[in-house]
Design a protein around this ligand. Structure first.
Ligand code: FEO
Length: 395
């Protein structure tokens, strides 16, 4: 997207990264992404909100040139992560009169990460305002969405909340505003799952913090802008709430078919009882889809063979990811098959031990499943069904 006008004297000047496939060397980007930078011209002063990922600085510089600015007085830095801050060193050279406006914690991180001289900063406190003449910027600290220093800016006269990563989505589009809510619901949910979910309690606090602001537009730092804000605010309320869905997720790997047979059999009892089951064959699945399912599900059952005396290494990775994402799971269990022994349950139990979910007794069998093994799977399914009935009694 090239430069676009949002409202009078307010512009999108960021960059669309249509081709990016991977973020943080970890997160797949099926829809590309954008680095949203905004320019606000007041009657007296001009402010730039965030920069772009360094390889796309040329796009930001071109957009600013198009606006024919005599100066930039303030560069607001909401967040020190380099996809938004990485072009600040270039900007402070290009606009030597500018001051970087941010909070003390973000300043310290920008000095550490980008070696920006301390003299270039103007430090603000939570709730402080800066006047651009006919426009007023109010800074609202929204920590842990998803770094500790993150803040937002509320443009009072135009009722726009510049929310940084909060409410964002990795989504490349030339359309400025969300028009296909279903598509963006999924993109934003994927973003929430991978970036925001570990900080759910902080999300709830930050939602509460902005609830009394009169907001007409939410302008995040990735993806499209929201001019119907209830859509994304309600989605965030739902995702961050304590409520889980009557769902069991089964990430599985099977080397020679034994664990696969267990999954095939086990899932049927759950489905028959009315539970929604989502099965992820990990060697073929997009791990982002698993993360999205973790936003809502009540239960995860990890299904893995034993290899080299422990769980399949890809399942170790998946279990570690589940632990790191800290989903609001209620129950977790493990099933799988081994050839001659191993410590699969011990290793996985250790990884997931920090989750608040109740561990339901695993079913680990020798070789291909036999009648007695199917009976153990029936018992595990029955335990899960009963636990679900207890928590979904009111639904
Ligand atoms: Fe989009 Fe946390 O940076």
């Amino acid at each position: 997207m090239s430069m676009q006008k949002i409202k009078e004297n307010i512009y999108f000047v960021g960059a669309i990264d249509w081709d990016r496939k991977l973020f943080d060397e970890l997160i797949s980007l099926p829809d590309g992404t954008s680095y949203n930078s905004y320019l606000i011209k007041g009657s007296e002063k001009t402010a730039l909100l965030d920069s772009v990922d360094p390889p796309m600085y040329g796009t930001l510089a071109g957009n600013l040139k198009e606006l024919d600015l005599s100066s930039i007085d303030y560069i607001i830095s909401h967040h020190a992560e380099q996809d938004h801050s990485g072009s600040l060193p270039e900007l402070v050279k290009a606009y030597p009169e500018s001051r970087i406006v941010t909070n003390d914690r973000c300043k310290s991180m920008l000095v550490d990460l980008l070696l920006i001289p301390e003299s270039r900063f103007l430090v603000v406190e939570d709730g402080d305002t800066i006047s651009l003449g006919d426009k007023t910027l109010q800074f609202i600290f929204t920590p842990w969405v998803h770094w500790p220093e993150t803040m937002s800016t509320y443009l009072k006269e135009d009722k726009i909340l510049f929310s940084c990563d909060f409410f964002g989505s990795h989504y490349a589009s030339s359309e400025l505003f969300v028009r296909d809510e279903k598509k963006i619901y999924n993109a934003a949910k994927r973003y929430y799952a991978e970036i925001m979910m570990p900080f759910r309690t902080n999300i709830i606090k930050n939602l509460d913090k902005i609830k009394d602001l009169d907001i007409e537009i939410i302008a995040p730092s990735h993806g499209q802008l929201y001019d119907k804000i209830d859509f994304i605010v309600n989605a965030y309320k739902e995702w961050s709430s304590d409520k889980v869905k009557n769902e069991v997720i089964i990430p599985y790997i099977s080397m020679h078919g034994s664990t696969e047979k267990m999954v095939e059999y086990f899932k049927e009892s759950l489905i028959r009882s009315g539970i929604t089951v989502k099965v992820f064959h990990l060697t073929e699945s997009d791990i982002g889809e698993l993360a999205m399912a973790l936003v809502d599900a009540a239960t995860v059952v990890i299904a893995t063979p034993t290899v080299l005396a422990g769980p399949h290494p890809n399942m170790v990775y998946a279990a570690y990811l589940v632990k790191a994402l800290r989903p609001k799971l209620k129950f977790i269990s493990i099933i799988g098959s081994y050839g001659w022994g191993g410590k699969t349950v011990d290793i996985l139990s250790d990884i997931i031990s920090t989750l608040k979910a109740e561990i339901i007794e695993p079913v680990i069998i020798k070789g291909y499943p036999k009648e007695a093994d199917f009976q153990m799977l029936d018992k595990l399914a029955e335990r899960i069904i009963n636990r679900h009935r207890e928590i979904f009694v009111e639904d």
